[in-house]
Every structure is written in structure tokens, then in C-alpha cells.
Design a protein around this ligand. Structure first.
Ligand code: AMP
Ligand code: GLY
Length: 793
């Protein structure tokens, strides 16, 4: 093999740096000139140098190529291709990896490409082309679907407008067609139906006959996290995107890529080069959003490092130019690639250039810094020279790992006011629905795998230890482990019955949301469930949570999971799974709701309540609550509002704390203190005091012939209840039915066992009161009476 390839690479972005990097590894390559290149191609790559010729200056490029004996031209960006660079080099006999001017119309003219797709039955959004403003307006008025308005010509990725109302659509048409916001590119517009779904970038190499697609990528076009803010050239990518399953890729090949390549050849403009198809995965199948006739930026930076080390990009480019791509073996590793783009502060608006850039040494061989808008000064200082300045790319065996490495990479780059998105690849993690079987942890613990790593404080890192700490004999609770499985024997059960309970937090979440304290309601969630299990005599073993919101806010979700994990710890449950649902429109902005399920077990014969053993004269013990717990918050919020209190005010019932902190005190979990007493069979029955208060919950543990007689003067009614009762002027009967008044759990026991039971519960940390006894039920009388209610407040 002789190294006689002399390549002229046209362009100067991150894509071109990545291309130069991969091409330079080819044993066929003797030399690469990059015109004009950037600070990354200026030094550091073997046999690569910049030549300062503008990519639009075809005569100079051709002269230079002829003079240097260039024998392969690789145009990077679309503009020179659309302007016919391929023809210029064909004329002087130098092969070009890139489409002809005719073929480049697939990107250069949206009306052209839409008409092409229609002709060849390639799935795409419904559309009409217009040159008349009035006709375009009339069309918008006539359709009853949302529209996308596109300037037909090249507009540097900015010529696509997504109006949300008809009025906005008319304004958009005026902007493009009358105000000429995109110049000539807007002489003609395409009005398309709005497609919804996940977007994919499919990059396929072609020689005009064969097409070979590279790993499917997803781009992040908006400037800010969560896909907010204006569009950019692309702020980060990852590949392969897990949404693109083998079946989807197969469908894309059969219905889109191959028909495109065949259609172009049949229509007389065969495609040679890189065909980059933007695809929307709609519910009706994959549909084409647009064609690009060149590599994507920053898709290329994530994809090229996935080609195996012995896959020779120069050989591939030559084979495409010589129409023999079917003879080439392209090997792709089974890894994931991730790219995080660093942009100049202000981009895509105005921004500064000529800012100094310093890059610390990288710690990993699998991490690459690809420059885009950088240049070297005469003194050899690296400075910024564009909006998208530089990117860190990394490959690893898992997407999570690759995200981590890419963020570690970008943290080595120092540039004043550099901006980068913290959520690259979040969609991939969002799309992994675990349901407790696949990963053993709520999906959002992955959702931000990359998010906070750059700040050294990633969500996964934050959650991992807390989730893992909930592991217990019988179940793992490790991220990525097999959750949802429980070995009852390993936990010491012999002949167990399974018990399950499910519940939510109620409107207490509203106080958490309003106050921004989100790390305690997860404890409430677990408490509400496990307290319902323990009253059946069951030991909680596993927990799964469900978190739903309009828009996933990573910090909030992370805090919430922390609370859930803490609740699991307090109750001895393994957090084995969960689900995050992001559902705009179902909840209001900034709101979330959560539910959960606890699963436990009890030995046969030990379930509670033990109706047969209960009799009149048995004693009722009350276990102190920690506050309002998770019931009655609709009433509580009304009273707080009526009193004109803000959640941040200091609590009138307890000056040492604020309203929000006091109200958010988590529901007490009674599991660990009560379990030993259950095992010693000292307990006849228990009632968890939730909605309905003492009056309605106590009878739930009693056989029909018994009733509860409770004396309200026997325990300390907590100050918060007194204040609520007084301030809200709440009738006593009403408050008894709504709030726990200081008793979170009622326990029935034989009088003989009370001392022993009290000792066990007290040593388990409970405050125990003897609050009443069981009596024979009388027909027509309530099953629970509370005396001395006047004393409440
Ligand atoms: P284009 O340059 O045509 O790919 O458009 C740029 C971006 O606008 C795309 O990546 C999509 O996010 C969005 N877009 C374009 N066409 C549509 C469509 N028909 N429906 C929904 N989104 C679209
Ligand atoms: N990353 C999108 C593009 O290259 O067009």
C-alpha cells in the first residue's frame, strides 16, 4: 500500500477537524490540506496543515490542488457543494467525495427535495410550495393542521419557522416572503404539516448505487437545556440513539435511504458523498424532514470515533468517488459516541471573538477535542473565532459512560463565558422506561447522567449511593441491576404471603413545589405505603415509585428520588424500580405528582388484624405523629391562605421554624419500631391514621362487634393542630375526621401485654400514649367515639 493520497479538505468547522483526524489515520494518506481549517487542524495532526483559502474561492482552490498534486477533494460544508465545487474539480480530473451541483439541490432547494420525495413516494410531511404571498396565506387559512414554514433556499439552518397559531403563520410568511428575512432563500416557501416525534440524523455514505448508513445520531439544536431557546447549528450529539431500533433502521433503509439513492440515479443526478437525512420518527413511521448533502456537524464528531481503528475513511471516500462502495468493509464498534459543543457566550446571537482558549491535558484516550471556531494567532496562541467554538467528544461502552467522559473532556477547556448544554443525550435516558425490570432505578436517575457531571455533581452520582443504600437481603437496589425481584427465602421467610399497597402524596406536593423543598415528599410517599403494609402485619420489602410532570426538571426529580430512597431506608425497603413520565399538558408547568407501590410479606397465620383474639377491654395505644403527615392538606392550605401567611413566614405554632418546613415534616414511618412487636405477637391490630382521621381509621382494624373508645385528653395534641383548629375555626368533629391531631398510628393489644409492648415501642423511638380501649359495638352507634374533644384546642 502506498501512501500517495493527497487530500484537499474544504471547510473549517468541527466536522472538518473530525474528518481530518480520521483521514490522517489512513495508511493511504500522504498529506492533507484543510482550507481554511481552524486551530485544531493547524497543529497536532500528523501530515495535516491549513491553507488559507476561502471555501468559496473555487479558482484558488483548484489552482492550489493542481499545483500540489491533490488527488482527492473532500468538501465539508453544503455551500460549496450547492455552488458546484464538484464540477470545478471534475473539470481538472480530480475526484471529489461529494455530490454534483445537480445532486446538491436536495439540500439547496427545499421545494426541489419535496417534489423529489413526492415523485418517489418517500415518506415526508404533507406540503405545498408557494412563490405568491397571497396564495401561501390562503393555503395556511385553509388547512386544519399545524404548519411549518420553510424558506426554500439555504438559510444557514435558520430558515425554518414553527408558528403555533395562524396569526404567527401569517407573520412568518410575511417575514420570509415580503420582509425577505432570508434574502433570496425566501423567494419560494414550503409550507409543511408539522410532524411530531423524535428526530434522527441518518448519515449514509453513497457511491450512487450502494448506501451504507452510519450509527443513527440525535442532535440537540436548541441553545439551552431541555431544548429551549433559539436554534443553533447543533449543541451536541450522541450515537447510536437507542430510539432507532434495528427495525426502525431497517424501515428507514427500505423506505427512505435506498429509494432516495435509486431515485436520484434514475432522475439523472446520482448521489456520491454523504447523504445526511433528517428524519422524524412519527407515529405513522419515519418521515423525512430534510436532506443534507454533507456530513452533519456535530454528528460527525460523535460518529467517526465509532468507526473501528482499521476502518479507513480515505479508502471509503475514494471507493465512493469511484462507484465501488460495495467492495468496502466498514466496521463499526459496539460503542457509543457523545459530543458536547462549547459555544461563545451570546451565541447564536452576537458574541465575542479572539478570546483566549486554554485546554488542560485529557485523561482518557477515548476523549477527543474537536475545534470549530478557533484559530491560532501568529504567536501560536489558541483563540476563539466563531460561535460554536469547540467540542469534546468521547466514546465508551455505554452511553452513560460516554456522556460522562465527554463532560469530563469539556471541563478541560477554559474559555471566558463558554456555554455548553448540560443535558446532552437526555432523550436517550428519558426514553429508557425501566418499570423496575430493566434497570432497577427510576428512569430519571439516568435521564441526567450527563447533566451534572460537568459540575462534579451528577444526578446519577447523587442518586447512586442513596439508591444502593436501600439494598437489603433478598433484593439488590443497584443502578443497572435486576430490580423488582425478591428472594423471600434469603430474607428469612418460610411460608409467606405477599402484601401490596399503593398510594400517593396528595396535595402536600403543592407545598413542596411552592417552597422548592422537594427532598422530603418522597419520604411521605414511602410512608403512606409502608404504614399501610405494616398494619397488615407485613414487613415492607420492595418499593417502586412513579413520578409524573409536565416538564422534567432534573434537580427537582433528583431531590424527589432522594426522599424516596430515604423513605426506603427508614422502612427497610429496597428501591427496586420506578418510572418517570414527562407529560406536557397533563400537568401545569412546574408541577409534578407522584405515586408509589410497596410490596411486603408476612408469614402465614401472622396477618393483622387478629379479629379472633380481639375482645372488649383490649387496650388502645396511640403512637405520636410527627405533624400533619400527608392528609388534610387541602384544608391546611385553605387555613394558611385565610391567615394571610406565606410559606416562608415563621410558623405561628412554632417560632423555631417556617410554615413550609413545619408542614413538610415527613410522615412518620412506623415500620422498624413496630415490627419486633408484631413478630412477638404482642399486637392485635393497627390502624394507620390517614384521611378520615381517628374516627374513620380506627374501626378499620376492628371486627364488627367491637368499637373504639378514645379519650382525647390522653395525648399531647401538637401545637400545629391547635393553631389550625383555632385559626380556621374548624368544628372539632371535622378536624377529627381530617387531621391526625398528633396520633399517627393506633395499636390494639391485650392489657397484659401493654407494658412489654410499650417498652419495645419506646425503645424503637416511639412516643406511646394509652388512648383508650375496645368496647362492644352498639347498633346504630359510631364504631369510634372520642371523648374530651373540648380539650383539643
Ligand atoms: P430542516 O432544516 O428542514 O431540518 O428544519 C430544521 C428543524 O425544524 C428540524 O430539525 C426540525 O426540528 C424542525 N422541522 C422541520 N420540518 C418540520 C416538520 N415538518 N415538522 C416538525 N418539525 C420540523
Ligand atoms: N447538526 C445538523 C447539521 O449538521 O445540519
Amino acid at each position: 500500500m502506498t501512501a500517495d493520497l493527497r487530500i484537499l479538505l474544504v471547510g473549517g468547522g468541527g466536522r472538518e477537524h473530525a474528518l481530518a483526524w480520521k483521514l490522517a489515520q489512513s495508511p493511504l494518506v500522504e498529506h492533507i490540506w484543510v482550507a481554511p481549517g481552524n486551530g485544531g487542524t493547524a497543529r497536532g495532526l500528523k501530515n495535516v496543515e491549513n491553507v488559507s483559502i476561502d471555501s468559496a474561492d473555487f479558482p484558488s482552490l483548484v489552482n492550489f490542488a493542481v499545483e500540489k498534486g491533490v488527488n482527492l477533494v473532500v468538501p465539508g460544508p453544503e455551500q460549496p457543494l450547492v455552488d458546484g465545487i464538484e464540477t470545478q474539480f471534475r473539470k481538472v480530473g480530480i475526484p471529489c467525495f461529494g455530490p454534483s451541483e445537480a445532486a446538491a439541490r436536495m439540500e439547496g432547494s427545499k421545494t426541489f427535495s419535496k417534489d423529489f420525495m413526492k415523485k418517489h413516494n418517500i415518506p415526508t410531511a404533507e406540503y405545498e410550495n408557494f412563490t405568491s404571498f397571497e396564495k401561501a396565506k390562503a393555503y395556511v387559512a385553509s388547512v386544519n393542521h399545524d404548519v411549518v414554514i420553510k424558506a426554500s433556499g439555504l438559510a444557514a439552518g435558520k430558515g425554518v419557522l414553527l408558528p403555533t397559531t395562524k396569526e404567527e403563520a401569517y407573520d412568518a410568511l410575511k417575514e420570509i416572503m415580503e420582509d425577505r428575512a432570508f434574502g433570496d432563500a425566501g423567494d419560494e416557501v414550503v409550507i409543511e404539516e408539522l410532524l411530531e416525534g423524535d428526530e434522527l440524523s441518518i448519515l449514509a455514505l453513497s457511491d450512487g448505487y450502494t448506501a451504507i448508513d452510519l450509527p443513527p445520531a440525535q442532535d440537540h439544536k436548541r441553545i439551552f437545556d431541555g431544548d429551549n431557546g433559539p436554534n443553533t447549528g447543533g449543541m451536541g450529539t450522541y450515537a447510536p440513539a437507542p430510539v432507532a431500533t434495528a427495525a426502525i433502521i431497517d424501515e428507514i433503509r427500505k423506505t427512505i435511504i435506498q429509494p432516495t439513492i435509486d431515485g436520484m440515479r434514475k432522475d439523472g443526478f446520482p448521489f456520491v458523498g454523504m447523504l445526511f437525512t433528517g428524519i422524524m420518527l412519527t407515529t405513522a413511521g419515519p418521515k423525512v424532514l430534510e436532506y443534507n448533502v454533507r456530513f452533519g456537524d456535530p454528528e460527525t464528531q460523535s460518529i467517526l470515533p465509532l468507526l473501528s481503528k482499521d476502518t479507513d475513511l480515505a479508502e471509503i471516500f475514494l471507493a465512493c468517488a469511484e462507484h465501488r462502495l460495495d467492495a468496502i468493509d466498514i466496521k463499526i464498534t459496539k460503542q457509543f459516541g457523545v459530543t458536547v459543543v462549547g459555544s461563545a457566550g451570546g451565541y447564536p446571537g452576537s458574541y465575542k471573538k479572539n478570546e483566549k482558549i486554554v485546554i488542560d491535558p485529557l485523561e482518557s484516550d477515548d476523549t477527543f477535542i474537536f475545534h470549530a471556531g478557533t484559530s491560532l494567532t501568529k504567536e501560536g496562541q489558541l483563540v476563539s473565532a466563531g460561535g460554536r467554538v469547540i467540542a469534546a467528544s468521547a466514546v465508551a461502552d455505554t452511553l452513560e459512560e460516554a456522556v460522562k467522559k465527554a463532560y469530563a473532556g469539556i471541563s478541560k477547556i477554559h474559555l471566558n463565558n463558554m456555554h455548553y448544554r448540560k443535558d446532552i443525550a437526555y432523550r436517550a435516558f428519558r426514553d429508557v422506561k425501566t418499570n423496575g425490570t430493566k434497570s432497577g432505578a427510576p428512569a430519571f436517575t439516568y435521564a441526567s447522567a450527563g447533566v451534572d457531571i460537568a459540575e462534579g455533581n451528577s444526578l446519577v452520582e447523587r442518586i447512586k449511593p442513596v439508591v444502593k443504600a436501600t439494598a437489603r437481603p433478598g433484593a439488590d437496589a443497584e443502578l443497572g441491576g435486576f430490580g423488582g425481584l425478591f428472594d423471600l427465602k434469603a430474607a428469612g421467610f418460610k411460608d409467606a404471603l405477599i402484601v401490596a399497597a399503593t398510594d400517593g402524596i396528595g396535595t402536600k406536593v403543592k407545598i413542596a413545589q411552592a417552597s422548592g423543598i422537594n427532598d422530603t415528599v418522597g419520604i411521605d410517599l414511602v410512608a403512606m405505603n409502608v404504614n399501610d403494609l405494616i398494619v397488615q402485619g407485613a414487613e415492607p420489602l420492595m418499593f417502586l415509585d412513579y413520578y409524573a410532570c409536565s416538564k422534567l426538571e432534573i434537580d427537582v426529580a433528583a431531590d424527589f428520588v432522594k426522599g424516596v430512597a430515604e423513605g426506603c431506608l427508614r422502612s427497610g425497603s429496597a428501591l427496586v424500580g420506578g418510572e418517570t413520565a414527562e407529560m406536557p399538558g397533563i400537568y401545569h408547568d412546574g408541577e409534578y405528582d407522584a405515586g408509589g407501590t410497596a410490596i411486603g410479606a408476612v408469614e402465614r397465620g401472622q396477618t393483622l388484624p387478629n379479629f379472633d383474639a380481639m375482645a372488649a377491654g383490649d387496650v388502645l395505644l396511640g403512637l405520636a405523629s410527627d405533624g400533619v403527615h400527608s392528609n388534610g392538606f387541602s384544608l391546611v392550605r385553605k387555613i394558611i391562605e385565610h391567615a394571610g401567611l406565606k410559606y416562608t413566614d415563621s410558623a405561628p405554632w412554632d417560632q423555631s421554624t417556617t410554615v413550609q418546613e413545619s408542614l413538610l415534616t415527613p410522615t412518620r414511618i412506623y415500620v422498624k419500631s413496630v415490627l419486633p412487636a408484631i413478630k412477638q405477637q404482642l399486637i392485635l391490630g393497627m390502624a394507620h391514621i390517614t384521611g378520615g382521621g381517628l374516627l374513620e381509621n380506627t374501626p378499620r382494624m376492628l371486627p364488627k362487634h367491637l368499637a373504639a373508645s378514645i379519650d382525647a385528653s390522653t395525648w399531647d395534641v401538637l401545637p400545629v393542630f391547635k393553631w389550625l383548629g383555632k385559626t380556621g375555626n374548624v368544628p372539632k368533629e371535622d378536624i377529627l375526621q381530617t387531621l391526625n391531631l398528633g396520633i399517627g398510628m393506633v395499636v390494639a393489644a391485650k392489657a397484659d401485654n401493654v407494658d412489654k409492648l410499650k417498652r419495645i415501642l419506646t425503645s424503637g423511638g416511639e412516643k406511646v400514649f394509652t388512648i383508650g380501649k375496645l368496647v362492644e359495638a352498639a347498633t346504630g352507634k359510631p364504631r369510634c367515639t372520642v371523648s374530651n374533644v373540648e380539650e383539643l384546642y
